[in-house]
Design a protein around this ligand. Structure first.
Ligand code: SAH
Ligand code: SF4
Length: 354
């Protein structure tokens, strides 16, 4: 068989591995062993799976391999943030970010190459949409970033935290995203507890309803960005399809892991959605709900037609929400020197921004 067309084991769920190994006349537990090598131990190839007999490894290798997407570029920030750019087989480029924090290590992953939602302030949206990522392409990002972090400091025991907040709208790629998340949250897979995995969405309602019914669900973050439908519609064309009030109603009944709160993300754009009146309206909208607000000062970049908020206004906005009893945090800018805003590394590489 031509090695170029070998089937990839990486990204397969346990059920598929069971079918494959049963076809080779192997007992059921063999699939579990391969699964553990792929995701728990992040083996780089079939030959590394040392508790499989040599003959089985050879047979498997005839038409299978362990393959991840290719690392195209890495940028190291002085604050420890690492930005990775990956190149998929068809040339599409996507990115992930590693963010070390005091008590945890966070990985931000992408679910689409580009994004069709086209929010006005987002570089990924501005740069266009290519396609949905496959489960193995989503899991590759996590495995590569974990390997890089482990290489940099092998004894780092801080727990992993994963946020689905990179390029793309995960709920527009529901099946592939969930296939990847199931392996991430599986105690026999990457073993990320659901509480430490957060999926961010603009609120694609039919998919959000499906997510609520999943037996194991991540935390939910809703991209709100405006306290009313009119302003939200100006920033996010998706508002015309899935309106703010319906998205909030759907989020109200989201069964968060261990009874946690839904996060409402709010990118602050100077003089557009960051005034006192917006903060008061947001407080009225969210007061009494089981939610918290994460304020994100805009990461400005050439093609983005908005400015970052003034520091004093960020503090005022936060204070107004706190005063009204709405839990709020402000996201710290990380990796500024390596172009932190979503989509920036990708654009730099394709020459569209500097
Ligand atoms: N598509 C999903 C998840 C990816 S975007 C969503 O929109 O929720 C993740 C977050 O990054 C969103 O809250 C988005 O508003 C924010 N974001 C996008 N561009 C940004 C920028 N230039 N500066 C700061 N945050 C940005
Ligand atoms: Fe897509 Fe999210 Fe960017 Fe909007 S903010 S364009 S949904 S990636």
């Amino acid at each position: 068989m031509n090695p170029a067309v070998k089937k990839n084991l990486f990204g397969l769920p346990l059920a598929d591995l069971e079918t494959l190994l049963a076809g080779l006349g192997e007992p059921r537990f063999r699939a579990k062993q391969v699964y553990a090598w792929l995701y728990e131990k992040r083996a780089g190839g079939i030959e590394a799976m040392t508790n499989l007999k040599g003959a089985l490894r050879s047979r498997l290798s005839e038409d299978h391999e362990v393959r991840r997407i290719e690392i195209a570029d890495r940028q190291y920030s002085t604050d420890g943030t690492i930005k990775s750019l990956f190149r998929c087989d068809d040339g599409a480029t996507i990115e992930s970010v590693y963010i070390p924090e005091a008590r945890r290590q966070t990985i931000c992953i992408s679910t689409q190459a580009g994004c069709p939602v086209k929010c006005a302030f987002c570089l990924t949206g501005i740069s266009g949409y290519k396609r949905n990522l496959k489960p193995w392409e989503i899991l590759s990002q996590v495995a590569h970033v974990m390997d890089a972090a482990h290489e940099a400091s092998p004894r780092d025991e801080r727990p992993w935290n994963i946020v689905v907040m990179g390029m793309g709208e995960p709920l527009l790629n529901y099946e592939n995203t969930m296939a990847a998340l199931r392996v991430l949250m599986d105690p026999a897979g990457f073993a990320i507890t659901p509480k430490k995995l957060t999926l961010s969405t603009v609120g694609i309602l039919p998919a959000l309803e499906k997510l609520k019914l999943e037996p194991v669900r991540p935390n939910l973050a809703i991209s709100l960005h405006a306290p009313d439908s009119k302003l939200r519609g100006e920033l996010m064309p998706i508002e015309n399809k899935y309106a703010l009030k319906d998205v909030i109603a759907a989020a109200d009944s989201y069964p968060s892991p261990r009874g946690g709160r839904v996060t409402y993300e709010y990118v602050l754009l100077r003089d557009v959605n960051d005034r006192d009146e917006h903060a008061h309206a947001l407080a009225r909208l969210l007061r009494g709900r089981n939610g918290k607000v994460n304020l994100i000062p805009l990461n400005p970049a050439g093609p983005i037609p908005f400015e970052a908020p003034r520091k004093v206004q960020v503090a005022r906005f936060e204070a107004i929400l706190l005063e009204a009893g709405v839990p709020v945090s402000v996201r710290k800018a990380r990796g500024q020197d390596v172009l932190a805003a979503c989509g920036q590394l990708h654009l730099k590489k394709s020459g569209a921004a500097s």
